[in-house]
Design a protein around this ligand. Structure first.
Ligand SMILES: [Zn+2]
Length: 250
């Protein structure tokens, strides 16, 4: 099971939706952002928290949010850049060592899972998932010229990720399906195939009409997502790599 240690310790891990094989349906619930959202001002409404996350860092195999999420200096990314330069012309193992350190783009959502009536009655859950299998596909489906790119396993570079994020926020010219809208939004249906060490794929994702709008009661339950994550200082990230060592950088 993936370690979701970038959530605050006070957050009940039972809130995380652990998706099993099979068919699923859920609604994304919007929320009011706090002061730590990387893209929006406090008080604005969002439906997804986009994060860059490093996995399996240091001896303790920690999960650490990349500080580049907030355009801040990140010692793990610095190390990856250094190893990349040093790996030129060397073996595939040297190449893998810096690729492993690169951050992965992740998405955190408030959701209502509607697989069963009982799950729906549980109220808000948290969906923590790769951007590749979530927002990337949802945005393509919402586009008036829907074209889902071929699935591949190549991870983009950090610069490509940052350019993509910028593109998303400036892409407002065409009308889109606002799938997170409480009144006119859509449920999202998909099938999960494969689990554990096997490749995970969410396939046949589609928008489905909701049986009813999202109620104010549900909207009030949504978590402020940027307030329930661990935002690491430079020193904390540095120490995650070199346990015991400290840095004077802030
Ligand atoms: Zn980083």
């Amino acid at each position: 099971m993936k370690n979701f240690s970038y959530l605050l310790d006070s957050i009940d891990r039972d809130l995380l939706w652990r998706i099993k094989d099979g068919q699923h349906i859920f609604d994304i619930i919007p929320y009011t952002v706090g002061k730590n959202d990387p893209d929006l001002q406090e008080g604005e409404v969002s439906y997804v928290l986009n994060l860059l996350v490093h996995y399996m860092i240091g001896k303790n195999k920690q999960t650490v949010i990349c500080r580049k999420t907030w355009n801040k200096c990140c010692p793990i990314c610095d190390m990856a850049d250094t190893l990349k330069r040093q790996s030129e012309g060397k073996s595939i193992l040297d190449v893998l060592s810096w690729r492993r350190l690169r951050p992965k783009k992740r998405c955190l959502y408030n959701v209502i899972v509607r697989d069963t009536k009982a799950m729906e009655c549980n109220g808000i859950m948290l969906l923590e998932i790769s951007h590749y299998f979530s927002e990337r596909i949802f945005l393509e489906l919402a586009s008036p010229n829907c074209q889902i790119p071929e699935l591949d396993t190549i991870q983009p570079s950090i610069d490509e990720v940052l350019d993509y994020i910028k593109d998303l926020y400036f892409y407002k010219e065409e009308p889109m399906i606002v799938y997170s809208d409480p009144e006119e939004g859509k449920s999202i249906s998909f099938r999960r195939m494969g689990s554990g060490s096997k490749m995970l794929r969410n396939v046949l994702t589609s928008f489905v009409d909701r049986p009813r709008p999202i109620s104010n009661h549900i909207l009030d339950e949504a978590y402020c997502l940027d307030a329930i994550i661990k935002i690491p200082s430079f020193s904390e990230v540095y120490e995650s790599i070199f346990s015991g060592e400290t840095s004077n950088n802030t």
